[in-house]
Design a protein around this ligand. Structure first.
Ligand SMILES: Cc1ncc(COP(=O)(O)O)c(C=O)c1O
Length: 440
């Protein structure tokens, strides 16, 4: 096994005693044991992955038993600079001393709005929210108000609210009347989109999509979405909760040069503080004066102070360049190791350097989820925390990538043997992971 002593800041002890005791208590107190579906135990190598992390610093996290991991989840993409970034911490502490939330507006709202307008191509005005789900729901309400239409077309994941989640396998509790208004189309499928626009002709308020899907956009896809939507009188909303402040400061719209009417950003914008935003064209954004979009904590100052520090550091330290550089080495290294282990038919590395994902495929009788579980089992026991995605941060160093690839060489070798024996289950010490969304 690759020595963790060559990488002294990563330590894996055998015991997860405290984690497991806390997990028992959590299950009595918290339905599902967690607040976020991607943190559920069934997403990880159960019994080997800790359930609770106590702290994070840079790209490393420490669990409640004192084990240290190199993290590639980075709080589900939120930590673009890394955990406990000193500049962001200092900004939060400075603001903390003078108050967190006020009875009227705070100048930081203007400061952050100004920065978003400077960096995001479609942004002329800005409204803040706390979660990505608040932002996407607000953008949809605005589009409905502006067009006087009710239906929406969706592509990707857009959060926990009824208008979207009713299109997934999590339909319990969502009224049929709401579900009937949202229709999903597949990424890179322009003709599928056109068919839905024709089917609901004159009734579609907005087409909302993650501008980068599981695969990159095909030539002309994003522009084609904008043209098709506009031809049918619908607005285009880019859900850049993940791609914003990750692919480029201005998100996928900057990278691909395709500008939507509205966009939603969140995640990396305040480096782990709860902040999201809807941005867009002035004439549209002014609709917010006529629709209700109001949150007590919408102008909360610690997150806004964190956003100023985060965005300023991203600009001054060329953080996006770093994500592309380290991400490219990791992505290409993974691809090479997968090929070397003759696993190319079973695992593909997809996505862009700042965020790429290992996709597992059902092939030759090998079940993809079992193979993914084996990957998660072998990585966590060697000190790497991942959900199968690499969400790079400014804190991931070139040495981290070198070490990760050395670990992965061993991991893929084990997986090669499992595939060759045709019995992945025999190599598993944990139950197979479950998908967040079941297939329809
Ligand atoms: C693309 C996208 N949109 C929206 C959301 C919802 O954001 P939140 O969980 O902050 O409500 C997410 C969360 O993962 C996301 O990835």
């Amino acid at each position: 096994m690759v020595s963790t002593t060559g990488f002294p800041s990563t330590v894996r002890r055998a015991s997860l005693t405290r984690s497991q005791a806390l997990w028992q208590r959590a299950q009595q107190l918290i339905p599902g044991g967690t607040q976020t579906s991607s943190k559920r135990a069934n997403q990880f190598a159960r019994g080997l992955t800790p359930n609770f992390l106590a702290s994070g610093c840079g790209a490393r996290v420490t669990d409640v038993d004192g084990n240290v991991y190199l993290d590639y989840s980075m709080a589900l993409c939120a930590m673009v600079l890394g955990y406990a970034d000193p500049h962001v911490n200092e900004a939060i502490q400075r603001q903390l001393a003078s108050g967190t939330l006020f009875s009227l507006g705070h100048p930081l709202e203007v400061e952050v709005a100004q920065r978003l307008v400077e960096v995001i191509p479609c942004a002329e005005m800005v409204r803040f929210a706390k979660n990505g789900s608040d932002a996407t729901a607000g953008a949809i309400r605005l589009a409905r108000a502006h067009t006087g239409r009710d239906h929406v077309l969706v592509c990707g994941y857009h959060g926990a609210q009824d208008w979207y989640i009713g299109t997934t396998s999590w339909t319990r509790g969502v009224p049929d009347s709401t579900r009937g208004l949202s229709h999903a189309f597949a990424y890179n499928d322009l003709s599928g989109l056109e068919a839905l626009l024709a089917q609901w002709s004159g009734q579609v308020a907005a087409v909302i999509l993650e501008p980068v899907g599981v695969t990159p956009p095909e030539e002309g896809f994003l522009q084609g979405v904008v043209e098709a939507a506009h031809r049918h009188g619908a607005l285009v909303i880019f859900d850049e909760i993940v791609t914003g402040f990750r692919l480029r400061l201005g998100g996928a719209q900057e990278l691909f040069g395709v500008v939507p009417d509205l966009a939603c950003v969140g995640k990396g914008m305040a480096n782990g503080m709860p902040l999201a935003a809807i941005v867009g064209r002035r004439a549209l954004m002014q609709e917010f004066e006529r629709i209700f979009f109001s949150y007590t904590f919408g102008g909360e100052a610690l997150s806004l102070a964190a956003a100023v520090a985060t965005i300023d550091k991203m600009r001054s330290d060329r953080v996006m360049d770093h994500l592309w550089t380290v991400g490219e080495r990791l992505r290409e290294g993974c691809h090479r190791l997968i090929e070397e282990a003759t696993l190319g038919a079973f695992i593909k590395v997809v996505g862009y350097p700042p965020r790429h994902v290992l996709r597992f495929f059902d092939r030759h009788g090998v079940e993809s989820l079992a193979l993914k579980t084996l990957f998660l089992q072998e990585t966590i026991t060697r000190g790497i925390l991942t959900l199968g995605a690499h969400n790079l941060s400014f804190a991931h160093t070139s040495e981290d990538i070198t070490w990760t690839l050395a670990v992965y060489r061993e991991v893929f070798e084990t997986m090669r043997r499992a595939v060759e024996e045709g019995d992945v289950g025999h190599f598993l010490r944990v139950p197979v992971v479950e998908p967040v969304f079941r297939k329809p």
